[in-house]
Design a protein around this ligand. Structure first.
Ligand SMILES: [Zn+2]
Length: 148
């Protein structure tokens, strides 16, 4: 008898791997990571970010190839994109990934620019790495001065 999904509680879990406690939909939709980042294990970080007055939306989306991306949109259109931070040849990179708690977040900030396509933006990788609490503070600080 299969277990019910630990996220939606509705769909059976078909995986035979005992560590996979979620269903296909809750994985592909990002709801699994959403629940994790809103949990005590992650200091309720995503929930706290959503409650900041300068945040329009904060959500996980499937970035392709099994990668998931947290994106936080501020009310002026800037997108804070935390992921897996790394350095290659002295250059800061941030890959779409939800890192484990001990690893910390690398952060990209995308600023939209006037262009034909709405996805065109300048992108800069912040030099620091952030734990969950520090990421909440960073988003709060980036949004200071914005109308709430
Ligand atoms: Zn589910």
């Amino acid at each position: 008898m299969p277990e019910k999904c630990s996220v939606c509680g509705v769909v059976d879990v078909f995986s035979t791997d005992p560590d996979r406690t979620y269903c296909l939909t809750c994985w592909m939709s990002g709801d699994y990571f959403d629940q994790r980042l809103c949990s005590e294990e992650r200091s309720f970080m995503l929930k706290r970010i959503r409650e900041l007055p300068n945040v329009l939306v904060a959500r996980i989306f499937h970035a392709g190839d099994g990668s998931f991306q947290l994106a936080i949109v501020l009310k002026d259109g800037r997108m804070v994109v935390p992921g897996l931070g790394g350095d290659v040849n002295g250059q800061r990179l941030v890959m779409p990934f939800v890192p484990p708690v001990e690893q910390g977040w690398g952060v990209l900030v995308r600023v939209p620019i006037e262009a034909e396509n709405e996805w065109e933006s300048t992108t800069s990788a912040l030099p620091e790495r952030y734990d969950d609490d520090e990421l909440v503070e960073l988003v709060q600080d980036l949004g200071l001065g914005l109308p709430s």
